[in-house]
Design a protein around this ligand. Structure first.
Ligand code: ZN
Length: 480
């Protein structure tokens, strides 16, 4: 664990203070990027990232479908997180628990009792609101903010999706869609200690779907009823939890930096006493500056020994850890949780990558390009192969090159339309590299490698293409 160095001299301290204020005051308070949610939603549909669920029936609120580019992007965002959490950490292992869990799980976790939103309904227009989102004067006067009709009293509404398992729809068959992936980890923690000989401190990582019956506002895929989480639960000895909490805050912050995210669009938000969940001792959110403002991207929580203590009570099973290296000392571990939304991360990456740039001065639409500046490791397509012409054997040569690159890279092939238009299409899909095959390629076996961000081009022998691409991906630095 990293400890703060205590030997700062006063000069260093002043520099640190200056640095702190530099960063504090250089954070934009309002979004100044070129993305709007309307533009992102429209691009996402146009290019096959994200579609409205069941659109032909008018759409299903709170649910979205990921198209061909969207699923690739989502898989890469998930893959980057998974690699970071498991491959790069010897003390973290993976798990994929079921969405359907024994209903007692949710009594133990407190979700049956506490996982509620205060709601009011309008008796006239039937609109439903979260009480804390209704202006106070309307709430006091019981007056609908939409139509002026009468509002009901505030009721507590549980956010878990409830359904039935088996043929009989009675109270004995009630089951829930999980509202968080964390509990699947807690109920398996002893299995994993035994099967994989894990010793505290250690973590369990999981990516999976979760469901919350929330009133969904208009922020595209930011908040949805069906969503995916990327959660890691880190089991530590009581007393070392504060130190690990700080350590995980540091690691998660560094992760986004590595991902190439605009760091001036990230900040910490500590939960105040009225925001803290019932199980939490301390909680910080990493917030991202979305076009609609600062919003939570990921939470780092000290969940104490609450969950495992409750599972001990409700299951009757001993959830204590036995420390065999320390005279069989027994304790219920504390848990530090890092909880990120996968689908919310996808929205963040889309907004973060979005750019519009003037690239010519001819006075028409072609002067501007829309470009998604994805990190090459996240881009749905890594390299597109484009023959300058369809004829004279260029298409065949380009297809050969694509076939060779396919094993190692996500590729696309496009021979339709003017080459400039094809570059623009790839820019809009966020493809970092284009390979163009022209007449010179036939003569000397070289191709043009075109870079998305700078639009610069280099002549590369085709047998060196794969190695060159690997190097470009590894050394990629975002410039804008
Ligand atoms: Zn109304």
């Amino acid at each position: 664990m990293v400890k703060m160095c205590k030997k700062h001299d006063p000069k260093q301290k002043n520099q640190l203070i200056a640095l702190f204020f530099f960063f504090l005051y250089n954070k934009p308070m309002e979004y100044q990027g070129k993305a709007t949610l309307e533009k992102i939603t429209s691009l996402a549909k146009r290019r096959g990232f994200v579609f409205q669920s069941s659109e032909i029936y008018g759409g299903q609120n709170g649910a979205w479908d990921y198209g061909p580019l969207g699923i690739e992007l989502k898989n890469r965002v998930a893959g980057a997180w998974w690699k970071e959490m498991t491959q790069l950490h010897d003390d973290i292992v993976g798990l994929d628990a079921a969405i359907l869990m024994h209903p007692r799980t949710w009594e133990a976790s407190g979700h049956v009792e506490n996982f509620t939103d205060p709601l009011v309904d309008c008796k006239k227009c039937k609109s439903r609101f979260r009480a804390d989102m209704v202006p106070e004067e309307n709430l006091a006067a019981k007056k609908c903010p939409e139509c002026g009709g009468e509002l009901t009293d505030t009721r507590k509404f549980n956010l878990m999706f409830k359904t039935h398992i088996g043929p009989a729809e009675d109270t004995a068959s009630v089951i829930y869609l999980r509202p968080e992936t964390a509990q699947g980890i807690y109920v398996n923690y002893k299995n994993i200690i035994q099967s994989n000989r894990m010793k505290i401190p250690f973590g369990i990582a999981q990516i999976g779907k979760a469901f919350r019956n929330e009133i969904v506002t208009k922020n595209f895929i930011f908040r949805t009823c069906e969503f995916e989480q990327m959660e890691m639960q880190f089991f530590v000895k009581p007393g070392s939890d504060d130190e690990w909490f700080n350590e995980w805050r540091k690691r998660r912050w560094a992760y986004y930096e590595k991902l190439g995210v605009k760091m001036d669009h990230l900040r910490w938000h500590q939960h105040g006493p009225d925001e803290l969940a019932h199980y939490a001792k301390d909680a910080y959110d990493i917030q991202y500056l979305f076009p609609m403002g600062w919003r939570e991207l990921e939470g780092v929580h000290n969940r104490t020994n609450y969950d495992l203590t409750r599972h001990t009570q409700f299951s009757g099973k001993d959830m204590q850890y036995i420390d065999q290296d320390n005279n069989n000392e027994r304790y219920i571990p504390y848990i530090i949780e890092t909880s990120a939304g996968l689908t919310r991360n996808v929205l963040m990456i889309l907004c973060d990558a979005y750019d519009e740039e003037q690239v010519a001065d001819k006075g028409n639409d072609d002067d501007w390009r829309t470009v998604l500046r994805f990190h090459p490791r996240l881009a749905p397509v890594t390299v597109a192969v484009l023959p300058l012409m369809k004829k004279d054997g260029l298409a065949e040569l380009a297809q050969d090159i694509r076939r060779e690159l396919k094993e190692d890279f996500a590729t696309d092939y496009d021979q339709a339309g003017a080459i400039g238009r094809r570059y623009r299409r790839q820019d809009e899909a966020g493809t970092p590299f284009c390979v163009t095959v022209d007449y010179q390629s036939k003569e000397d076996g070289t191709v043009t490698l075109r870079f998305r961000d700078s639009m610069e081009q280099a002549r590369v022998p085709k047998q060196e293409l794969a190695a060159r691409l690997r190097r470009e991906i590894k050394e990629y630095k975002r410039v804008k």
